[in-house]
Design a binder for this molecule. Structure first.
Ligand code: TYM
Length: 327
């Protein structure tokens, strides 16, 4: 029996957050043992909004190092950088020729940001690039947070449409139900998700590379409520419940039972900060080693580049054949 194939990416549009870790990266590391995993740094996706080339380069390298530092093993999983595999862009164009303007206009991210002056055309078309990322590898499952599920749905629609128009070519990925709940909220505004594209000094965003002092300060300042009672109630007490959710994710205990063991908000904040700092310490050390040893980082990413190219080339060929652009 062949192993199930998973694929997922993270866009280096800012320094990765605790949300990216708990919602995505840590799950990749867990799943690499049981699935045939493809995990990549979606560097081309970061070009859809205003960017600085030097910072982009640094973020791409640092994000790739974080993938490995978190425990992704290039011998087990395919770990790569999107732009190392030109087939992504090639297939994206074929999918732009499959997608309709109407469905792309309905994508939430485009509706939110697309009205601004200077909006890049790629912000409109990038769901086709994301669909290409997925379809190129015949991925059955796409582990992502709930904010990305609309894109996976579009990918399914495009795959089905392409297969119907041009003959069976793509595996139609499943929508992963568990992904819809995992969400780490902003510590200053626990009604919205923690986002890496917030400004670098945003107090509500915990970055994977923040120092222990900074992490502790951000948790100490986290917004709670005036009730003073530690209780898990995401609706009435979003700040406290978010802290309990983070602690639960890191300790493997349930947030409801954790709440009964903690008496005050100060104790809760210290416990979460301690758990986050302890979890991130080895990851930060390994990240710094890899970033300081570029040849080693390049060697590890080369393994993934080769495997990603080998896997995706036949699928791109088949899609080109099906559309009639090869002779
Ligand atoms: P991105 O870079 O915005 O997010 C990467 C992953 O992190 C999850 N995530 C969160 N999970 C929990 N709490 C949060 N606060 C939080 N913030 C982010 C996201 O759901 C996601 O799983 N377009 C994609 C990247 C991408 C991709 C792909 C993903 C490109 N091609 C193909 C899967 C398959 C993106 O921008 O994710």
């Amino acid at each position: 029996m062949t192993m199930q194939r998973d694929l997922s990416g993270i866009t280096p549009s800012g320094h990765l957050t605790l949300g990216n870790y708990l919602g995505a990266l840590r799950r990749f590391v867990e799943r690499q043992h049981t699935v045939d995993g493809f995990y990549f740094v979606a560097d081309l996706h970061a070009l859809t909004t205003k960017h600085d080339p030097a910072k982009h380069r640094e973020l791409t390298t640092s994000t790739a190092a974080l993938f490995l530092a978190a425990g992704l093993d290039p011998q087990r999983a395919t770990v790569f950088v999107q732009s190392d595999v030109p087939a992504h862009v090639q297939l994206a164009y074929l999918l732009e020729c499959t997608a309709h303007v109407g469905e792309l206009s309905r994508m939430i991210q485009f509706k939110e940001k697309g009205g601004r002056p200077g909006t890049r055309a790629s912000l409109f078309t990038y769901p086709c690039l994301m669909a290409a990322d997925i379809l190129l590898y015949g991925a059955q499952r796409v582990p992502v947070g709930g904010d990305q599920s609309q894109h996976v749905e579009l990918t399914r629609d495009l795959a089905v449409r392409f297969n119907t128009l041009y003959g069976p070519t793509f595996v139609v990925p499943e929508l992963e139900p568990t992904a819809l709940t995992a969400r780490v909220l902003d510590l200053q505004d626990p009604t919205r998700k923690m986002s890496k594209s917030d400004s670098d000094d945003a107090a509500g965003v915990v970055r994977l590379l923040d120092t222990p002092d900074v992490i502790r300060r951000k948790f100490r300042r986290a917004v709670t409520d005036s009730e003073g009672e530690v209780r898990y109630d995401p609706h009435a007490k979003p700040g406290v419940s978010n802290l309990l959710d983070i602690l639960a994710a890191l300790t493997g205990q349930g947030p409801v039972s954790l709440a009964t063991t903690i008496t005050g908000y100060g104790q809760l904040k210290d416990a979460v900060a301690d758990a986050v700092i302890a979890e991130l310490r080895p990851l930060q050390e390994r990240h710094d080693e890899l970033v300081a040893d570029r040849p080693e980082l390049a060697r590890l990413l080369d393994i993934g580049r080769q495997r990603a190219r080998e896997t995706s080339t036949p699928v791109l060929d088949q899609a080109q054949q099906a559309m009639g652009i090869t002779r």
